[in-house]
Write a protein that binds this ligand. Structure first.
Ligand SMILES: CC(=O)SCCNC(=O)CCNC(=O)[C@H](O)C(C)(C)COP(=O)(O)OP(=O)(O)OC[C@H]1O[C@@H](n2cnc3c(N)ncnc32)[C@H](O)[C@@H]1OP(=O)(O)O
Length: 481
């Protein structure tokens, strides 16, 4: 074997159960030390430290602070942008550099302490954490929301994903109740996986009915999604991966069955704005990423022994199943962790956890698929991991970037609903409708619905396909019918 073959030789995960807990820097250090211990790697041998963006706290120099804690002096230091695909892009980058002989050992690490932030918030206290960046840097997204999304208050994933779900619901002619029960049936097995995962945030087995039925404890958060079917973000969780060259793994005497290989991976992008997607309920990019990853790995879906499909919201799972031709009730299950709603959805870091869990499983031999989604189902990363090495040395250059449908900021006149959600308040009461509409000239637009009777109508039946009239004031479109 080429001594520069990259392999994953150490993993660690940690979940903090009592809040307030430690700050992200402490968590990074904790899991980094544990993963390096498993990898038999002296920390000073690390020549790359790559950290996934933390929503919990902005440090002045994250990678430098961690390097100092670990007693390492890596030549390669990265702090990612916000995205659920960031872990896979960092892993892919580390593997490519190892394969080129630029690095021998890399740490990819991430942590959130959002449950602790919340605990301090509820006590009315500031978090007492170290090395804050001054001034506070701008939020780490690659692009801010579109002006029309801001004007129509459409930037939270609980709303954008819900809109895509209603568009798919209509395209499949599912009625409202059918979609909810179908979602419960798809996600209930994930709760069983989470219950058996000692790192999972929520370890309670739930039935399809419990997931599908709205109650006070399972309120609508972005209709038609209820709390128990969406990513749980306020968690304290950390994970770390150590990648090394096969040559170094040999010198460290890492057992062969502890080495897992990134056999093939690929990255692709849908349009940044949900409204700009040619089909709101389907992904063009996902299929390109999946095909390229399998091709590069020289393997197919049927060869996979285990799967972990990114599961922030049901539509992410459904788009993946639709595109891959995978039965949502496939005997392999859709997740090895329990997924973001149950195992935990620590902002951009989830794929570190799914990869760590998959790696531990594959030590018994076999192949596994781990996928990532970023922003509003914009970014897609597909990674095939294996106990047997392959030859793929791809980088993160997208294999496909979708073309956007133009968005009209304001519009007066007729339009057709393409997808919608009803935003709910903290008490679970309907607040406003948010629509994406098709315009007669082929463009798309956003619109709000504020009238209580129209909101009630939108909650009671399928509104996708409904002809509406838009009126515009102050850059905000209002819809009525
Ligand atoms: C690519 C991707 O990964 S996309 C996925 C990104 N992840 C997400 O979008 C996470 C989605 N999940 C969530 O937002 C949350 O877990 C929720 C809202 C479902 C949590 O619900 P709960 O656990 O019941 O928490 P709770 O209702 O106490 O709210 C937690 C916080 O969310 C915010 N929040 C909750 N509901 C609302 C609402 N209707 N409007 C505005 N803010 C809200 C508040 O800031 C609240 O904090 P506070 O308690 O200090 O006021």
């Amino acid at each position: 074997m080429d001594p520069r073959t990259p392999c994953l030789i150490g993993v660690a995960q940690h979940t903090v159960r009592e809040q307030p807990g430690p700050e992200p820097l402490d968590l990074w250090e904790l899991v980094a030390r544990e993963a390096a211990r498993e990898a038999r790697l002296p920390l000073h041998r690390l020549d790359s430290i790559q950290i996934v963006y933390s929503d919990s706290w902005q440090y002045d120099a994250p990678a430098d602070r961690l390097a100092r804690r670990l007693g390492a002096d890596p030549s390669h230091r990265v702090y990612s942008k916000v995205s659920g695909t960031a872990p896979q892009l960092l892993i892919g980058e580390a593997a490519a550099r190892i394969a080129r002989g630029e690095l021998e050992a890399a740490l990819v690490v991430g942590a959130e302490a959002l449950a602790t932030r919340r605990a301090y918030r509820h006590r009315g206290e500031h978090v007492p954490w170290s090395h804050a960046a001054h001034p506070k840097p701008p939020y780490g997204w690659e692009r801010p929301p579109h002006a029309s999304e801001i004007a129509h208050e459409l930037f939270m994933p609980v709303h954008t994903y819900a809109i895509m779900e209603t568009a798919r619901r209509k395209s499949r002619n599912l009625d409202l109740k059918e979609e909810m029960l179908d979602r419960g049936e798809m996600m209930a097995p994930m709760t069983e996986v989470a219950a058996a995962n000692r790192h999972a945030w929520r370890r309670k087995v739930m039935t399809p009915q419990e997931l599908a039925t709205p109650t006070a404890a399972n309120r609508f958060v972005g209709w038609p999604y209820t709390r128990n079917t969406v990513a749980v973000i306020e968690v304290d969780q950390a994970a770390a991966l150590v990648l090394a060259s096969a040559g170094l793994a040999d010198r460290l005497n890492v057992p062969r069955d502890q080495r897992i290989y990134l056999r093939g991976w690929a990255y692709a992008e849908d349009t940044w704005e949900v409204a700009a997607r040619p089909e709101l309920g389907a992904s063009e990019a996902l299929g390109h990423a999946a095909r390229a990853a399998f091709e590069r790995a020289g393997l197919g879906l049927d060869d996979m022994n285990a799967l972990d499909l990114y599961s922030c919201f049901a539509i992410a799972l459904r788009q993946a199943c639709d595109t891959l031709g995978l039965d949502p009730l496939d005997r392999r299950g859709l997740t090895v962790t329990g997924g973001l709603p149950y195992a935990g959805g620590p902002s951009s870091c989830y794929v570190l956890h799914s990869t760590a869990t998959m790696a531990a499983l594959l030590r018994d031999g076999g192949h596994g698929l781990v996928t990532g989604v970023g922003m509003h189902l914009t970014k897609h990363a597909y990674a095939v991991w294996s106990s047997e090495p392959g030859t793929d040395r791809s980088d993160g250059v997208p294999v496909f970037v979708a073309d956007p449908v133009p968005i009209a900021d304001v519009h007066e006149g007729p339009a057709t609903v393409a997808g919608y959600t009803v935003a709910h308040d903290r008490e679970g009461r309907p607040d406003k409708g948010i629509l994406i509409v098709d315009l007669p000239d082929g463009r798309r637009a956003h619109a709000l619905v504020r009238q209580a009777d129209l909101i009630a109508d939108a909650l009671g039946r399928e509104l996708v396909g409904q002809e509406v009239r838009l009126s515009s004031e102050g850059g905000v479109n209002q819809a009525a019918w």
